[in-house]
Structures are given as structure tokens and as C-alpha cells.
Design a protein around this ligand. Sequence first.
Ligand SMILES: NC(=O)c1ccc[n+]([C@@H]2O[C@H](COP(=O)([O-])OP(=O)(O)OC[C@H]3O[C@@H](n4cnc5c(N)ncnc54)[C@H](O)[C@@H]3O)[C@@H](O)[C@H]2O)c1
Length: 257
Amino acid sequence: MGRLEGKVALVTGAGSGIGAAAAARFAAEGAAIAGLDVAKPADEAWAAIEASAPGAIFREADVRDEAAVSAAVAACVEEFGHIDVLVNAAGVVGFGSAHTLEVEEFDRVVDINLKGSFIVAKHALASMIERQSGSIIHIASVEGLEGISGQLAYNASKGGVVLMTKNMALDYSPMGIRVNCICPGGVETAMTAMLNTEGLKAIGDKLRSYHPMGRFARPEEIASAALFLATDESSFVTGSSLLVDGGYTAGHRMNLD
Ligand SMILES: NC(=O)c1ccc[n+]([C@@H]2O[C@H](COP(=O)([O-])OP(=O)(O)OC[C@H]3O[C@@H](n4cnc5c(N)ncnc54)[C@H](O)[C@@H]3O)[C@@H](O)[C@H]2O)c1
């Protein structure tokens, strides 16, 4: 029997990377899947999810668009009856320092990563509150815990997600709803694919070397952490920021030994 048998999971960013890996893993563990993304998943990827989770539904929606999110959540509840688990994995990266960053770009990154996660949670919560049960998993980042130069809006958005997680844990613990976030280090997804191009490979190699394990994560490794937070195996875990970063934030290696 799968670890999510009988559960319903709504996954944003299900079209790619971490969201797609979470949807696939949750499906393989028996969950019914409702995916949401601005971009359609690749046919083969979605077919694999449907093979494990027959009747899986996908909605094209922008997490910044409250009406579209509300409709997607309603479609999920209509199809499956309720929502047990929300994974907020939709997100974008953005670059720029305070004096160079256009206000519109700041808004784009913060609106998708932070406000979008709030909007989806706001609507998914109605079903969870009704059942006094649920698990919300935001995908934050190590960059929500420490700074990285030249990524002001991304840092601000992910720092906001970490604190939003704590706030929501406080508000919804009495209602049986746990709220946690995952803080991945680098992950090999479309978001980091630019670091494999010729012009940026040196930066990619440097960033990978900042992870003591010497590599980025595979999206499936983040999905495994999400699975833990989705199941009752994490029944006493709420308000936490789970590091899945290959040691990125552990400290500095000085090679003094
Ligand atoms: N890849 C990394 O190194 C890394 C590290 C830490 C945290 N994260 C976070 O993990 C999450 C998933 O990123 P990923 O690495 O899988 O990237 P990805 O680009 O592979 O996937 C992100 C998905 O979000 C979707 N999306 C973007 N804007 C959207 C919007 N407005 N509404 C709905 N969907 C939208 C995209 O279409 C895409 O399918 C993001 O929040 C990201 O910040 C990624």
C-alpha cells in the first residue's frame, strides 16, 4: 500500500522540476493528483503521473491570478472531494541588486514566489479547515535563510515564504493542519539549466562546489522530503524549514585538516 493511499494532493508548478517530481512521487505512493501550472507538463511526464494516478487533473493557471486559482482549487475539490496536501512549488528565479532591479521585476518574482504561494494556500485551506486536517508544503530555498549576491527579489521572496510558513503553522495547528517549507540548495531543473550553458558553466561549477556534497540535488530528492512532510510520518512537524541542501548552509570548509 502506498504511503499516500486515499490522499488528495494539489501540486503547483507541476509542469516541471520539483513540482513535477513531487506529483510523480505522490502519484506513485497512491495519491490523487491535481496539478496546476502556467505551462503544460510534457506529455510523457504527465502520462507517467496518470498511469499511477488515474483521473489526475491538470489546470493551466497563474498562481498570481486569484480567480484562476480559486477555480482550480474548486475543480480539485469537485473531482476528488477534498484536499489533503498542498505542495507550492510554482516559482521563478530573478536577478538584480537593489540599485539596478526594476520595480516590475521585483514585483514579478515576489508576486509569484510569495504572494502566489499565499493565494493558493488561502484557497486550499477551506477544504483543510472543513476536515480539520491537512499538510501544506511550501518550496522555499536556502536563499530564504541566507543571502546570495545579485538576487534581491529572490532572497526577499523566499525569506518571506520561510516566515509565512511559521505564521501559518501557528494559525492552523489548532485546526489539525501542518505547514512546513523545504529549503533546497541547488537542484538540477529548468531553473538552473542556464548554469550548464557555455557562458555560465564556470558559475555553475562554482555554485555546485559550494555544496559540500559536490553537486546539486535531483528533483526526486526534494520530492522525497516533500513526501515525508505530506505523510503522518511527520505528524509532529510544523513550522519547520527543512534543509535539503547537500550541506550548503552547514558552514565553510577551510581545508585545515
Ligand atoms: N532549482 C533550484 O535550484 C531551486 C532551489 C531552491 C528552491 N527552488 C524552488 O523550487 C520551486 C520549483 O522550482 P524548479 O527548480 O522546479 O523550477 P522549474 O522552472 O523547473 O519549475 C517551476 C515551475 O513553476 C511554474 N510557474 C512559474 N511561474 C508560475 C506562475 N506564475 N503560476 C503557475 N506556475 C508557475 C513554471 O511554469 C514551472 O513549471 C521554485 O519555487 C524554486 O524557487 C529551486
